[in-house]
Design a protein around this ligand. Sequence first.
Ligand code: SAH
Ligand code: F3S
Length: 481
Amino acid sequence: MEKIIDEKQQGNSLVIEPKTENKRKLFIESYGCQMNFSDSEIVASILSKEGYNTTQKLEEADLVLVNTCSIREKAELTVRKRLEKYNAVKRINPKMKVGVLGCMAERLKSKFLEEEKIVDLVVGPDAYKDLPNLISEVEEGRNAVNVILSKEETYGDVSPVRLQSNGVSAFVSITRGCDNMCTFCVVPFTRGRERSRDPQSIIKEVNDLAEKGFKEITLLGQNVDSYLWYGGGMKKDFEKASPMQKATATDFATLLKLVAEAQPKMRVRFSTSNPQDMTLDAIEMMEKYPNICNSIHLPVQSGSDRMLQKMNRLHTREEYFNLIDNIRKLIPDCGISHDLITGFPTETEEDHQDTISLMKYVKYHFGFMFAYSERPGTMAARKFEDDIPAEIKQRRLAEIVALQREHSQYRTQQYIGKTVEVLIEKSSKKSDAHWSGRTSQNTVAVFPKENYKVGEFVNVKVKDCTSATLICDPIGYSDNN
Ligand code: SAH
Ligand code: F3S
C-alpha cells in the first residue's frame, strides 16, 4: 500500500548538463505529480540562463528550490520535513537561499514566509519567468513572493532542460490548470484556469527530443482530453472566440494525430484523462497510430453514483462502464489504470461496495489509491464534514489496495507465454544483469541485458510475473528501432 502511495510523492533531484560559464549552484527537487517534475525542468532552464548549474549536493547549493504538492495533507507534511533538513544545512552554509515553488506556494502565499523562517522566496506555478527578478530581490536581502495565476502562461517558449540520466522518456506539458472543480481537489485553486499550449511549440519540443535520442514522450495535463488550442487564452473563453478561430481550433484527438505523425518511431503516451472529457475520436487515434501506446490513466475516484455526484465528477458509473467498453472494443489489449479515494464525506459501506464492484468490472492494470484528505478552501471542505473516521478510511483503502493487487496479478498473468515489445529505460532495481522497461500498456518488464542497450525497442517473451512486473527473455530487436 505504502509503495503505491509513495510513488507519487517521492522527492527527486535533477541532474542536467552543466554550462561551463555558469558559476552558481542550484539544488532543485520536486514532489507530487509529473507536472511538477516537468515544471522543475522549465525552472532549471530559466535559471541556467541566469548563471545557475544544478547540483545534487544540497550542502554546496547557493539556491535551493523545492517544487511542492498540496494534493493531500501528507504531501505538505513531507515538504515541511524537507524544510527542516534545509534548515540544518543552512547552519553550515548560511549564504544558501531557499525558495518554495508549486502548489503549496500558491496555496499559502506570503503566509509561508511567516510560518517557515527558512524560506526566502515563494513562487506560484505561473510565475517562474519572474524568478530572475525575484532572486535578485532575495540577493539584496528582501524576501520575494509572486503567486499571480495567469490566463495565458503555458511556458510554450521555454525549452526545458532534461534529466540526463535516462535520456529515453520525457514529459511534454500540453495544458496547465484545471476547470473541473472536483469538490475534493485543490488543483483548480493552486494551478488556476485551464489553458492549452500552441500545438506548433509542442511539435517543436517533440522533434527536438527525437533529435536528442529520446524514444518516448508523455503529453501532460491535469485533464488532457480537454486540450483545445484556438490561438491562446483560457479554455472557458473558447465560446467568445471568432468563427475563424473556432473553425481552425486543435482538439486533443487532432493533437495526438499531429504528434504521432511528426515522430512515427517515438512512443506517445498521455496523462491524465478525465472520463467526462475523453472522446471516441481520441480512442480512435490510439487505434489508428501504432506509436500511440495502448494505455490510459482514467481516474474514477469512486464507484458510487452518489459519491461521484458529491465529488462533482460529471459522469455516472454507467457512463464510465460505457467508456471502458468502447475502449476495449477499439483497443482490446489497452492497459487501463485508475485513481480512487476512500472515505469521502458520508461514504457508506454500500458506496464502498460500489467501488469494489466497479473495480471488479474493469480489472485495472494498476492504480493509485488514497484515503480522503480534506484540503482547505475546496468545496468539500466548505460544505461537507470530514465525517469518516481515519480507521474506516484506512480499512477501506487496504481493501481496495488488496483487490487491486489481485487484478494487477490477473493482468500480468495474461501475458505469460506472449511476446511483447519493451522500450529499455534503465537497469533493473533488483539485478544489474537485467534491463527494465515498459510495454505499450505501461507494465514494467525485466529481462537479461545480453547486448541490448538503453533506448532500444526489444521483443521479449514473458515467462513469469509478479503483480507489478513481467519477467521475460529477449527474442530480438523490434521493427521500431
Ligand atoms: N487530473 C489530475 C488529478 C490530480 S490529483 C492528474 O493529472 O492526475 C491526483 C489524484 O489525487 C486524484 O485523481 C485523486 O484520486 C487524488 N486526490 C485529489 N485530491 C485528493 C484529496 N483531497 N484527498 C485524497 N486524494 C485526493
Ligand atoms: Fe483535480 Fe478534478 Fe481537475 S481531480 S485536477 S479538479 S479533474
